[in-house]
Design a protein around this ligand. Sequence first.
Ligand code: BGC
Length: 399
Amino acid sequence: MNRSFPAGFLWGAATAAHQTEGNNTTSDLWPLEYAADSPFQEPSGDACDSLHRWGEDLDIVRDLGLNAYRFSLEWARIEPVRGVVSRAMLGHYRSIAEGCLERGITPVVTLNHFTVPLWFAKSGGWLSSEAPTDFARFVRSVLPVLDGVEWVCTLNEPNIVAITSALRAHKMTLEMLTSLDDVPVLPPELLASVANVARAIPKAHEAAQEVLGNLSAVRSGWTVAHLLFEGVEGAQERADALNDTLVDHFLRVSAPDGFVGVQAYSRFVVGRDEETARNLRRTQMGYEFLPDAIGRAVRATAAVIPGVPVLVTENGIATEDDDERVEYLDGALVALHDQIEAGVDVRGYLHWSLLDNYEWGSYRPKFGLVSVERESFERTVKPSAHHLGAIARANAIAR
Ligand code: BGC
């Protein structure tokens, strides 16, 4: 069966600055990565050196036949000291946006992908009463980068930002939470910390949207991580409550936006028994192998905010086995196509990730369509990348 996608569908790959550029020394994470008691397994260091090799990355995207590329601006580089804007870094990101446009690639620009300037973190981060003003000032400063850019994501996964900052405050890591076979009952203090950020962070998004609203050519929104909590019999109420607090709350903020970025990798089951958990097929992240996660996430989005255009801004799998990536990709695209057939307005699919990169603490998980040699930074395109490229060129999947 040949499943065609809508005309003009965006086919691409996604990256984020801190995970690929290297030497993000003025960010909040850099000192944490190098601290003696660092919670991270290894520091990001030079990452993929995309700070210098971005042109090579864009050539790969174009040569594969993909027509879109998502990358993020690094606030910590652009405004390393509060109020001090680096013209050179603005020029750098402008070159990447132009580099996309020159190659016929639609740029999808994320204004903030997790890392923030160290000064911002020290002043209280997203919980600070100054946060919306600080972020809006940053957004105003990057407007010259966005000339000719249609798709802008203000913040990446604010729900994960809320969860990780709460976890950090309670000395827990996301890995501790998601690697458990059963989703634990979250302590009330943790949920209260999540709720604080969940209340504060939409204000920064709204402040950014106000600035971007003046640009008629820009379509902007934020991206939400779908954790897809599901309950076994008797546990559905708990799963619903988790979905509502940790996902749907953030989707509802998107209701007035030009689009919502949907991101999904797997699901988390509440109340799963040990035997089932033991027999699960898992990815390198410890997540259940679930290719149709993105279909479920798109369906869930349309149920909460019907009519808001959807862009899949991330979906992928951490695996050393590239055949497994192809299997996951095919399953994901069939599930996505089903949602389009069911009437959801899906505008594109951006795979996470273009490159094997720094997975927030470790280089071990391999999410890339392209591998990167850790010392020479040499890029090698994997068969899964060509597979996605062929689907993009055909704007269809034969399955
Ligand atoms: C994030 C990415 C991350 C990916 C895989 C998403 O939560 O936006 O930065 O690398 O998932 O874990």
